[in-house]
Design a protein around this ligand. Structure first.
Ligand SMILES: [Zn+2]
Length: 192
């Protein structure tokens, strides 16, 4: 075997090994429950492969990555980290604990921004996938949040989501949803 071919085989083995190590370790972390485990070392996540090289787009993708990996801290997280001595109530609307799902799906103060993007997300999803499944996704807060944060979580259920141009459009819509919700949250908090 030529030296170049041996290097390639070695690199392939190493990539496979480290991808398995990373996937196994990531699957055991509750903070990564919204991240698809279908990734490979050397292949960028769809968040990054669909991001344009503009300051605004990169900012939006960084926020989305922080939400997916639980780096973004909500009031309910603060409460848990402080052994429940901190009030978990949403500081924006004052109704219910401020969790990731509350922020994405229920906080009433953020309704206008949510509707602005959820309607096109719903329309796009029902156009490319099974219509009846949108209602099923919405029935479960954890499922719809996982879908909005990383649609590649659902490529087994909806193989159409493997197509790069579908991922591109869904990432564009969900990136903007997350960012506009975040901006509205910051604005609302600045008036408190
Ligand atoms: Zn709220």
């Amino acid at each position: 075997m030529m030296y170049g071919s041996m290097c390639e085989v070695n690199l392939l083995h190493q990539t496979k090994y480290w991808t398995e190590v990373l996937t196994t370790q990531a699957a055991s972390k509750p903070t990564l429950m919204n991240l698809s485990m279908d990734f490979k070392i050397g292949t960028p996540h769809s968040i990054w492969s669909t991001t344009h090289a503009s300051f605004h787009d990169i900012r939006k993708s960084i926020l989305k990555a922080n939400l997916i990996t639980s780096v973004f801290i909500f009031q309910a997280n603060k409460s848990r980290f402080n052994k429940y001595t901190v009030d978990p109530t949403c500081p924006v609307c004052g109704s219910g604990a401020e969790t990731l799902q509350h922020f994405l799906l229920h906080c009433d103060t953020l309704r206008v921004e949510r509707d602005r993007w959820m309607v096109p997300i719903r329309d796009f999803f029902t156009e490319v996938a099974d219509k009846s499944h949108w209602a099923l996704l919405l029935q479960d807060d954890f499922r719809i949040a996982r879908f909005l944060l990383d649609c590649t979580n659902f490529t087994d259920e909806y193989p159409v989501l493997k197509k790069p141009h579908i991922q591109m459009q869904l990432e564009f819509l969900t990136r903007n949803l997350c960012f506009d919700l975040h901006r509205a949250r910051i604005n609302a908090l600045s008036f408190k």
